[in-house]
Design a protein around this ligand. Structure first.
Ligand SMILES: N[C@@H](CCC(=O)N[C@@H](CS)C(=O)NCC(=O)O)C(=O)O
Length: 204
């Protein structure tokens, strides 16, 4: 079927692996060292980010959300794509906020020294705005889109994990029980455990 270029701890690669796993995609794994990327990966996707999927027919998909959508459109046994176009549009809006503002502030909280003049506290507060919006949703329903986890939950969870891991104590103090439970549920889930397991078909 093809090859997945992945990096175990990358949140973008995690979301791709979650969708590939639920849809039963049969891909060979190449675990990438970000310091020494495979020549073949750079040849098919010169921008040099993981995840990348190369299919046997030559198709290359090198954006994590596109990988999720591609594999779920082939097989979506848990209904992650939602009931209709409106569900998907709503989820894409949330995911865009995650990948845009939230990730921007996450990076400047976690790696402030890499960004000249970045004050991690200012960026932590800004990142919290997105987390508050997630919390508001989770006050209404157990998952972001209703009573079962869908594309938005799995696409966003690896990034909330990354933010929480900067300082889990502060994360717990600053966030609602609903958000903490949502994160803990995801991290403990069989699906997340499967895609993180070293030595498995999804990670090395
Ligand atoms: N928009 C891309 C972003 C992927 C991305 O930035 N991945 C990071 C790792 S988490 C990466 O490969 N960075 C390149 C590097 O560190 O050299 C996607 O959604 O797939």
């Amino acid at each position: 079927m093809g090859t997945l270029y992945s990096f175990r701890r990358c949140p973008y690669a995690m979301r791709a692996r979650l969708a590939l796993e639920v849809s039963g995609a049969e891909l060979d794994l190449v675990e990438v060292s970000l310091k020494d990327k495979p020549a073949r990966m750079l040849e098919i996707s010169p921008k040099g980010t993981v995840p990348v999927v190369e299919l046997d027919d030559g198709t290359v998909i090198d954006e994590s959300l596109d990988i999720m959508l591609w594999t779920l459109r082939r097989n979506d046994p848990e209904g992650w794509l939602g009931a209709d176009d409106a569900d998907l549009a709503e989820m894409r809006t949330l995911i865009a906020q995650n990948d845009g503002d939230f990730k921007h502030h996450l990076d400047r909280t976690k790696y402030a020294v890499r960004y000249e003049g970045a004050d991690p506290e200012v960026h932590r507060d800004a990142a919290q705005q997105f987390l508050s919006a997630l919390s508001q949703r989770l006050e209404e329903t157990t998952f972001l889109m209703g009573d079962k986890p869908m594309l938005a939950d799995w696409a966003i969870l690896p990034f909330v994990r990354q933010f929480a891991n900067i300082d889990r104590g502060r994360f717990d103090e600053q966030n609602t029980a609903q958000l903490r439970h949502w994160l803990d549920w995801g991290l403990a889930s069989a699906r997340f455990q499967t895609i993180m397991k070293k030595g498995s078909r999804w990670a090395q």
